[in-house]
Write a protein that binds this ligand. Structure first.
Ligand SMILES: Cc1cc2nc3c(=O)[nH]c(=O)nc-3n(C[C@H](O)[C@H](O)[C@H](O)COP(=O)(O)OP(=O)(O)OC[C@H]3O[C@@H](n4cnc5c(N)ncnc54)[C@H](O)[C@@H]3O)c2cc1C
Length: 464
């Protein structure tokens, strides 16, 4: 354990007020949105204001063998930014600047900027930053880069990695790597920018990003359709994605419809087996795409379809998709998981999840990004209820087993973090697993950066 004098020496090298060691303040940096009751307590939190602060911290940590947990906004639901006893938590929350360069259609952003603010600043210049994790109002752009975050619009626009042209990243020894640049062809040598995207703070700490922006798309038209069975919604979604590229295509199961209706009271059909939400931002082509989606939904037995080109009504139409999370948040701890099964097996998945929920006397809602076969089962339990937390954990294990029998896998849209690392290790091809470890060892030989996250365990003490 590093001593107080050494920490004080580090504090003096940092921007004023950067280091926190007050035990009360440290508490708020222990957990992320995975709310791990076993989260550790950092020996210190460094709230960096500059790249130099990050360099000083990593140099110190590397020479004293102290693990460092990089932290953006702490919205990881897989323990990516959960604190570790004896480690320094390195928060990027103070580095928030956002500059848009209209001529090159890029944004230069610091990692602590909130994703929604990046979108808003770009929009003021008539430009668009597409990636839309559902947490976009509360997560940071650095966290998005570190987890390669994505959301509903990835069906048409892709994920975070598709918009990162360059970055400044501080390596574990404190040296600074400038990767990529403003142009899409600024890529000499190995594709190192891509290597750091999605590396979950295990290889370096991102202190600046150069983002690609695109012209603002037209306001989307929105369609909702209710189906008697999940299988009908799946058939409609398959036909839709074979014909066009909507800007969003989501399917909610019956449990999700019920929870959304209870929360929103907007006369949703709570007997429906599934609710499909589709959007098109194709400008002049949007009306045609809406008509096609409508026809295909009716072909597959939709009991009711509604379409609108009114932006306010459109926002109302997509509310159920987000309401399930908000409704659960009011009740306590929310666990948003992510799994993937072949789309044809989605009805078996949602039926199986409903059965698991019944056996555990709980509610589990599911919504699916229809184009990429990714489903989020969402659970919740009252804060501090240990028995309910254990029960939720057991239900999750059953969901994973079900997913495996359906030919799917525990997906990682929300990242791997601490929670899914062992699961990932077991499923990785041994050669790929070794390659991951080899790269980690080469970049971070002392294993100080987020040692319990993402990278298959070295079998040692993970740096702690
Ligand atoms: C309600 C809710 C909805 C969500 N919906 C989605 C969704 O739709 N799609 C999705 O992809 N995710 C989603 N998430 C998960 C989470 O929001 C994302 O993973 C997000 O990208 C994390 O950003 P953050 O700033 O909170 O990062 P943190 O939680 O602080 O950190 C996440 C990981 O990134 C690393 N990290 C953070 N900043 C840096 C940096 N500057 N340099 C290096 N490493 C860094 C951390 O060490 C950690 O491993 C959701 C979470 C919640 C709570």
């Amino acid at each position: 354990m590093v001593n107080v004098d050494a920490l004080n020496t580090l504090a003096r090298r940092l921007s004023p007020g950067a280091m926190i060691t007050d035990p009360d303040l440290l508490q708020s940096y222990r957990q992320d949105w995975s709310f791990d009751p076993a989260a550790g307590t950092p020996i210190a939190v460094v709230r960096a204001s500059t790249t130099a602060d990050v360099q000083e911290t990593l140099r110190f940590a590397n020479s004293h063998n102290v693990p460092v947990i990089p932290r953006g906004a702490g919205t990881s639901v897989v323990g990516g930014s959960t604190a570790v006893d004896g480690a320094i938590t390195l928060s990027l929350e103070r580095m928030k600047s956002i500059r848009v360069d209209v001529s090159s259609r890029t944004a230069i952003v610091e990692p602590g900027a909130i994703t929604n603010d990046v979108k808003a600043v770009a929009a003021r210049e008539g430009l668009y930053y597409p990636p839309d994790p559902s947490s976009h109002e509360i997560c940071s752009i650095g966290g998005n880069a570190a987890t390669n975050a994505g959301g509903p619009c990835c069906i048409k626009y892709g994920v975070t990695s598709d918009y990162i042209l360059g970055m400044t990243v501080v390596l574990p020894d404190g040296s600074v790597a400038e990767l990529g640049g403003k142009r899409i062809k600024d890529t000499p040598g190995l594709a190192l920018t891509k290597l750091f995207v999605g590396s979950e703070g295990t290889l370096g700490v991102i202190t600046e990003l150069t983002l690609r922006l695109i012209p603002q798309p037209p306001t989307p038209h929105t369609l909702v359709a209710f189906f008697p069975l999940m299988a009908d919604a799946v058939a409609a979604a398959r036909d839709i994605t074979s014909s066009i590229r909507p800007s969003e295509l989501e399917i909610l199961d019956n449990a999700a419809i019920k929870v959304a209706e209870e929360f929103l009271n907007m006369e949703l059909d709570t007997d429906a087996g599934a609710l499909l939400i589709g959007r098109s931002d194709a400008g002049n082509g949007a009306e045609t795409e809406m008509k096609l989606m409508s026809t295909l939904c009716e072909k597959h037995r939709a009991t009711a379809t509604y379409a609108t080109d009114d932006p306010h009504e459109g926002e109302l139409f997509i509310r159920p998709r987000y309401a399930v999370y908000e409704a659960f948040e009011r009740k306590g701890v929310v666990i948003g998981d992510d799994v993937a099964v072949p789309i044809d097996r989605l009805p078996e998945l949602t039926d199986g999840i409903a059965d698991i929920a019944k056996r555990y006397s709980t509610t589990i809602v599911s919504y699916t990004h229809a184009a990429d076969e990714l489903t989020h089962p969402v659970l919740n339990y009252p804060i501090g209820d240990v028995a309910a937390a254990e029960s939720a954990s057991a239900a999750r294990q059953e969901i994973y087993q079900l997913v495996s029998t359906l030919g799917g896998f525990a997906a990682t849209e929300y990242g791997v973090g601490q929670d899914k690392r062992d699961r990932l290790s077991n499923s990785l091809d041994p050669v790929v697993s070794k390659l991951n470890r080899t790269i980690k060892n080469a970049v971070d030989p002392n294993n100080i950066l987020n040692p319990r996250v993402l990278i298959p365990s070295s079998g040692s003490t993970d740096g702690i």
